[in-house]
Design a protein around this ligand. Structure first.
Ligand code: DOR
Ligand code: ZN
Length: 377
């Protein structure tokens, strides 16, 4: 399926001096490698319990840090809960791992400004996540009226310099599901930023050219966006290709090809406003392949490989490192990682599934052959 959306490979342009890119002359088949600063994942679902233990190493292997989503059951609505969740993530990590989970709070109608002060003081909370109530997995405790009910909290976030991380979709069932991001921008995000222009906002997992234009129209350093591998590589045909494809179903749902192309252009342009956020969202196979399957794509094992392919096809490998490793920490005001990772042009086959005592998890592009592999330096 990937090949049908990929353009033929282009001749790579390695003119940038910033990158250590070379052909490996000693092997029979020359292999391209690039060494980049270790990436971070600025949007990740790690879950809890058995699922957390099952998926954590696929993120910790490649990424230095991750912004960890708070949509557990019950959701992470306080700094105390964020701290406890962070401890359970540390416990689940392989012993030699340097991975750092950056925690978030789940915004509700009841969140008070004092919780934001406590969150800032805790030193573990890096963002507050807005789920419009009913928009997606475990969003039932989310916000029903952002400007009506959350203004004091948002004002405190401006004072504490904590960004609002936005699931940007309206939930009105009369709005077509493919238009929900655009309508969210027009009816919620624009009025919010007119009211609070100093608020830092990350539009998570953008899916439309409308979101690209919106982010580009905002003040740099205040509004940015994360971009997933699936929204760079797949359009909405992938939901129905040869039959219903539950493992390509996520929210916001995949959009038309013109939107995919707009997002590819935006991230490969070198703009600082866009950065890596996988939205890797594992669900057990039986929760995807069933009459009312969950939204979410488990992509952390393949994400870096896929981002590299996207930038390669756009002839923009020289812009990859800023997207994966610089723009995110710069936006959050955090240091860039000092460790490195290698991306090597080498084919590998994605497992059909990962098996655990509690069940299987099917990764994005299961069974497909990918062109780049990530290796630690
Ligand atoms: O597809 C999605 N899955 N989108 C979200 O917003 C939530 C996520 C999940 O938690 O499964
Ligand atoms: Zn998400």
């Amino acid at each position: 399926m990937m090949k049908t959306l990929f353009l033929p490979y282009q001749v790579l342009n390695f003119s940038s001096k910033k990158f250590e890119v070379h052909q490996r002359l000693h092997s029979k088949v020359p292999k391209m490698e690039l060494t980049i600063t270790q990436p971070d994942d600025w949007h990740l679902h790690l879950r809890d319990g058995d699922l957390l233990k099952a998926v954590i190493s696929s993120s910790a292997k490649h990424f230095g840090r991750a912004i960890v989503m708070p949509n557990l059951r019950p959701p992470i609505t306080s700094a105390a809960a964020a701290l406890a969740y962070q401890e359970s993530i540390f416990k689940a990590l392989p012993r030699d791992s340097n991975f750092t989970p950056l925690m978030t709070l789940y915004l509700t109608d009841m969140t008070g400004p004092d919780e934001i002060k406590v969150a800032k003081r805790s030193g573990v909370v890096y963002g507050v996540k807005l789920y419009p109530a009913g928009a997606t997995t475990n969003s039932q405790d989310g916000v029903t009226d952002l400007l009506g009910k959350c203004l004091p909290v948002l004002e405190e976030m401006v004072r504490q310099n904590i960004p609002l991380l936005v699931h940007g979709e309206v939930t009105d069932p009369s709005v077509d599901i493919f238009d929900r991001e655009k309508v969210f921008i027009e009816t919620i995000l624009e009025p919010l930023l007119q009211r609070l222009p100093q608020l830092k906002v990350v539009m998570e997992h953008i899916t439309t050219m409308d979101a690209v234009k919106f982010v580009e129209s905002c003040k740099e350093g205040y509004v940015a966006a994360t971009v997933t591998p699936q929204h760079l590589l797949l359009n909405r045909n992938a939901l129905f290709h040869g039959g219903l494809q539950p493992h390509n179903y996520c929210l916001p749902v995949l959009k038309r090809e013109i939107h995919r192309q707009a997002i590819v252009s935006a991230v490969t342009s070198g703009s600082k406003r866009f950065f890596l956020g996988t939205d890797s969202a594992p669900h057990e196979r039986h929760k995807k392949e069933c009459p009312c399957g969950c939204a979410g794509i488990y992509n952390s094992p393949v994400a870096l490989s896929l981002y590299a392919s996207v930038f390669e096809e756009a002839g923009a490998l020289d812009k990859l490192e800023a997207f994966t490793s610089f723009n995110g920490p710069d936006f959050y005001g955090l240091p860039r990682n000092s460790s490195k990772i290698k991306l090597r042009k080498a084919q590998w086959r994605v497992p059909e599934s990962f098996s655990f005592p509690f069940g299987d998890i099917v990764p994005m592009f299961a069974g497909k052959t990918l062109e780049w592999e990530a290796i630690l330096v």
